[in-house]
Design a binder for this molecule. Structure first.
Ligand SMILES: [Zn+2]
Length: 188
């Protein structure tokens, strides 16, 4: 496999990592057929051989756009934290793996936003109390609602922000989160 580079997270996809986080995908990567980035979930239709990574100059962004990106960082960490906890709490081994993979993808999304916004410090969110999610079904329902919220966020702001690259990234991530909704609902 030639080294493919994801233009969204900037990571290389190769024979050693193409199946990372595979539990978080419906269509699976095969060694000879890469359909998504295993790190951020971006569709491989955006891959090119140029090695380009989508980037913006955060210095040129207005305050409002920076706020939207900052919120996206927190949204993804919020969901990454949830999935990490869900992977510890759930009873099913299959779901444990799926939640772990989803967590690592959401954290990757938060790092993408941090790079775009030029943010250096990873925010630490307050610990949530998840004790009411005492069944796998409740965890899955909570997951799908969080994904729904993320899809709506990206959808709304991809239209509002006045930056083509950012808008494109928001749409790509929106589509990744849409798969997560499907994935979590499929397990209920
Ligand atoms: Zn990627």
């Amino acid at each position: 496999m030639t080294n493919l580079k994801c233009p969204v997270c900037g990571k290389y996809v190769n024979a050693n990592n193409y199946n990372f986080n595979s539990e978080a995908f419906i269509d699976k990567n095969k060694e000879d057929s890469i359909v998504y980035c295993p790190f951020c979930g971006a569709s491989s239709i955006f891959f090119s051989t140029s090695g380009e990574v989508y980037n913006i100059n955060s210095q040129e962004l207005d305050k409002n756009t920076l706020k939207i990106i900052d919120h996206a960082v927190k949204l993804e960490i919020f969901n990454g934290d949830f999935y990490l906890k869900a992977s510890e709490m759930c009873k099913s081994d299959k779901l444990k793996e799926m939640f772990k993979s989803l967590s690592s993808i959401e954290y990757e999304h938060s790092r993408i936003h941090m790079r775009l916004g030029g943010f250096k410090e990873t925010p630490v969110l307050i610990n949530m109390n998840y004790s009411s999610y005492d069944t796998d079904e409740k965890l899955l329902k909570a997951a799908s609602m969080r994904e729904e919220h993320a899809v709506n966020y990206y959808e709304k702001y991809s239209k509002k922000i006045n930056n083509k690259v950012l808008s494109k990234i928001f749409k790509i991530l929106r589509d990744v989160e849409k798969i997560h909704i499907q994935l979590t609902l499929n397990e209920i």
